[in-house]
Design a binder for this molecule. Structure first.
Ligand SMILES: Nc1ncnc2c1ncn2[C@@H]1O[C@H](COP(=O)(O)OP(=O)(O)OP(=O)(O)O)[C@@H](O)[C@H]1O
Length: 589
C-alpha cells in the first residue's frame, strides 16, 4: 500500500510522509492522554484531591492537544488527497503513454477509464476519511497495551495477544472483501465498455439481430455484475460481523479477567490500590476496544479503497517499452529484420519465427500470405508497437530499441485499414501528420490522396467536421483522409496495410496510384491485397504461419512455381486474379 501511494504521489510524496508522521503522533498522544486517567483516579480514591486535579488538568491538556492534532491530521490528509487528484492522473497518463500499443484492449481501456475517473477519486479520499481512524485505531491500543502490562499484566497479556489476532482476522476479511471488490470492479468496467459498444454499434446490431438478441451480451455482462455485486455485499456484511465478533471476544476476555481478579482481591481482603488498578485497567481496556471498533467500522470502505489502489499498482506494474537514451540517428531509410521471433503473450505460440528481411532505401516490399500469417504483426514490429522477443528490427542500421520515440516516429509513417479519425475538421485530421502544415500543403496533399472532389462537394470544404471516429464520412472518405495524413508527414519509410475489398474501387485505385507515385521516393513495405501492388514491388515476401515461406523479386518467384504462385492460384480462384506484370496491368487499365 505504502509503495503504491509513493508511486502515485511521485514528487509530492513528502505530503504523504508528513501525514503519516502526524497521524502516528496523534495516535500515540491519544494513548498517552488516556493513561493520564490512572493518576487522576488513583489520587481521587486516596483522597489527594489537589494531585488529582493537577493530573486532571494534564489530562485535559492532552485531550486538547489531541483535538488540535486531529485537525492538523485532517488537513494533511486533504492535502494528500489533492496531491493524488492533481498528480496521479498525470503520472498514470505518462505511464500508459509508454505502454505497448497491444495493451490497449477494450477491457484494459475500460479499466483505465474507470481508474482515472473513479478509482483515483476513491484513493484520494482514503487519507482524509479512512486512514486516520484506522492508523490511530491501531497505534492508540499499542500504547494502551504497554500501560496495561505495567498496571495489571494479565490484562496486558490479553491485549498484547489480541493485537496480532485481530490484525489477522481483519486482514483475512479484508482480503476476501478486496477479492470480491476486484471482481465487481472488473465486471463494472466490462459492463461500461459493453454499454458504449452497444450504443455505438446499433446499426450493426439491428441489421443482424432485430429480434433483440443483440442485447444478449449486455444482459450477460449485467448478470455477471449483479452476481459479483451480491457476492460483495454478502462478503462485506459477513466480514463486518466477523470482525465485530473478534473484537467482542477480546473485550469478553478482558472483562472476565478483570472480574476474576477483582473477585480474588475481595476474597483475600480489600486492597484499595489493587481495586483502583483494576478499575483503571478496565477503563483503559474499554478505550482499547473503542479504538479497535473504529478500525473494524472502516473495514469495508478501507477494503474498497485498497482494491482501487491495488488496481493502480497493477497498472503501474505493466512493463513499458524502454525508451532509448542514445542519440543515435538512422543513416538511411533501410529496414532490416534479423532472426525476428515474436509472440503476443509469453507462453503462447510464436506469431512470427526467425524472420529475416531487408528493404533497401527507396525499395518496395510486398508482404503477402494467408489471413493470420503474421503480416500486420510484422509491420507493427517495424513501427515498434511491441519489442521483439528474439532478433532485431533495425532502421537505417540502428536497432529500433536504440531510437528515441521521436526519432522513430519521424522515420515511419503508416496507413492502416482501419485508421481512426478524431473529432475535428478534415484539415485538423490531416495536420496530425504535420502539425505546422500550411493551408497550401494541406490542399496539395488532398489532391494527392484523391480527396479533392470530395472536399469540393462538401459545403464547408476542408473545415467539414468528421465526427467522432469519422462517423460523418464514408469508409472510403475516411481511408483517403488517413492516406493524406500519412503522406503529409513525408516520412522516409511508409508502412501500408492495403485496403481489402471492404473499400470501394475508387479508394483502392487511390492507394494504388499513391504507391506508384511514392515508389522510389521512400521505402515502402506494403501488405498487398491488389495484384497491381504485388506486381510493382521490388521484392515479394510470402508469409506462412509466421515464417517466411518464400521471398525474392516477382519474376523469380513466378518462375519458381512455389508458394507465391500457389497463393496467387488460390486468390485467382476466389477473386478472378491472374498473374501479370504491373506494366500488363497498366496496359489493361
Ligand atoms: N493483439 C493481439 N494479441 C494477441 N494475438 C494477436 C493480436 N493481434 C494478432 N494476433 C494473432 O497473431 C496472429 C497473426 O495476426 P496478424 O494480424 O499479424 O495476421 P495477418 O496476416 O495480418 O492477418 P490478416 O491478413 O487477416 O490481417 C493471428 O493468429 C492473430 O490471431
Amino acid at each position: 500500500m505504502l509503495k503504491t501511494f509513493i508511486r502515485v504521489l511521485g514528487e509530492d510524496v513528502s505530503v504523504f510522509y508528513r501525514y503519516i508522521w502526524l497521524v502516528i503522533i496523534y495516535g500515540v498522544l491519544c494513548g498517552i492522554s488516556m493513561t493520564l486517567l490512572v493518576p487522576v483516579i488513583t489520587y481521587l480514591f486516596s483522597g489527594e484531591t489537589g494531585q488529582a486535579l493537577r493530573w486532571l488538568a494534564a489530562l485535559l491538556l492532552g485531550l486538547f492537544l489531541c483535538w488540535g492534532l486531529r485537525n492538523a491530521v485532517e488537513q494533511a490528509g486533504v492535502r494528500v488527497g489533492c496531491a493524488i487528484l492533481q498528480g496521479a492522473r498525470h503520472r498514470l497518463g505518462d505511464h500508459v503513454s509508454r505502454l505497448p500499443v497491444g495493451w490497449f484492449t477494450p477491457q484494459n481501456t475500460a479499466l483505465l477509464n474507470h481508474l482515472v475517473t473513479q478509482g483515483t477519486m476513491v484513493v484520494a479520499q482514503l487519507p482524509a476519511h479512512v486512514l486516520t481512524p484506522v492508523i490511530a485505531g491501531i497505534v492508540t491500543p499499542m500504547v494502551l497495551t504497554v500501560v496495561l502490562l505495567v498496571l495489571h499484566w494479565p490484562l496486558g497479556i490479553i491485549a498484547l495477544l489480541s493485537l496480532p489476532l485481530l490484525t489477522g482476522v481483519i486482514a483475512l476479511t479484508n482480503k476476501l472483501s478486496q477479492r470480491a471488490d476486484d471482481a465487481f470492479q472488473s465486471h463494472f468496467a466490462e459492463a461500461s465498455q459493453r454499454v458504449v459498444e452497444f450504443s455505438k454499434n446499433q446499426s450493426v446490431l439491428r441489421a443482424f439481430n432485430g429480434s433483440g438478441g443483440s442485447t444478449l451480451w449486455l444482459k450477460r455482462t449485467f448478470e455477471l455484475q449483479r452476481q459479483s455485486g451480491s457476492r460483495l455485499i454478502w462478503l462485506s456484511a459477513g466480514s463486518a460481523v466477523l470482525n465485530l465478533w473478534a473484537v467482542q471476544a477480546v473485550f469478553s476476555g478482558l472483562l472476565i479477567t478483570s472480574v476474576l481478579w477483582l473477585t480474588g482481591q475481595l476474597d483475600s481482603g480489600l486492597d484499595t490500590s489493587a481495586i483502583i488498578a483494576v478499575i483503571v485497567s478496565f477503563l483503559l481496556a474499554s478505550r482499547f476496544i473503542d479504538s479497535l471498533l473504529d478500525v473494524v467500522g472502516y473495514g469495508e470502505v478501507l477494503g474498497s479503497g485498497l482494491s482501487q489502489l491495488d488496481a493502480i499498482r497493477k497498472l503501474f506494474e505493466v512493463e513499458v517499452l524502454p525508451e532509448a537514451e542514445t542519440g543515435l540517428k538512422p543513416r538511411d531509410a533501410s529496414v532490416e529484420l534479423h532472426g525476428v521471433t515474436f509472440c503476443y503473450e509469453s507462453g503462447e505460440a510464436d506469431v512470427l519465427r526467425n524472420i529475416n528481411l531487408t528493404a533497401k532505401p527507396g525499395s518496395m516490399i510486398a508482404l503477402i500470405g494467408a489471413s493470420g500469417s503474421g503480416k500486420t504483426t510484422l509491420l507493427r514490429l517495424i513501427a515498434r508497437f511491441f519489442d521483439v522477443d528474439q532478433g532485431s528490427v533495425s532502421i537505417g542500421g540502428v536497432d529500433v530499441r536504440n531510437l528515441t520515440g521521436e526519432v522513430l516516429a519521424g522515420q515511419v509513417s503508416q496507413i492502416f485499414q482501419e485508421s481512426y479519425l478524431f473529432s475535428g475538421s478534415i484539415a485538423d485530421n490531416i495536420r496530425i501528420g504535420k502539425p505546422g502544415a500550411s493551408d497550401l500543403d494541406v490542399m496539395d496533399i488532398i489532391r494527392q490522396a484523391g480527396l479533392a472532389d470530395i472536399v469540393e462537394r462538401l459545403p464547408q470544404g476542408v473545415d467539414t467536421q468528421v465526427g467522432e471516429g469519422g462517423a460523418c464520412l464514408s469508409g472510403g472518405e475516411r481511408q483517403r483522409i488517413a492516406i493524406a495524413r500519412a503522406l503529409i508527414k513525408d516520412a522516409p519509410i511508409l508502412l501500408v496495410d492495403e485496403a481489402t475489398a471492404a473499400l470501394d474501387a475508387e479508394s483502392q485505385a487511390v492507394i494504388a496510384s499513391t504507391l506508384a507515385n511514392l515508389k522510389g521516393r521512400c521505402t515502402l513495405i506494403v501488405i498487398a491485397h491488389q495484384l497491381s501492388t504485388v506486381a510493382m514491388a521490388d521484392q515479394i515476401v510470402v508469409l506462412e504461419n509466421g515464417e517466411v515461406a518464400e521471398q525474392g523479386p516477382v519474376d523469380e518467384l513466378r518462375e519458381s512455381g512455389g508458394k507465391y504462385t500457389q497463393l496467387l492460384d488460390e486468390q485467382r480462384a476466389t477473386k478472378g486474379w491472374h498473374i501479370t506484370s504491373f506494366e500488363d496491368e497498366a496496359q489493361e487499365d
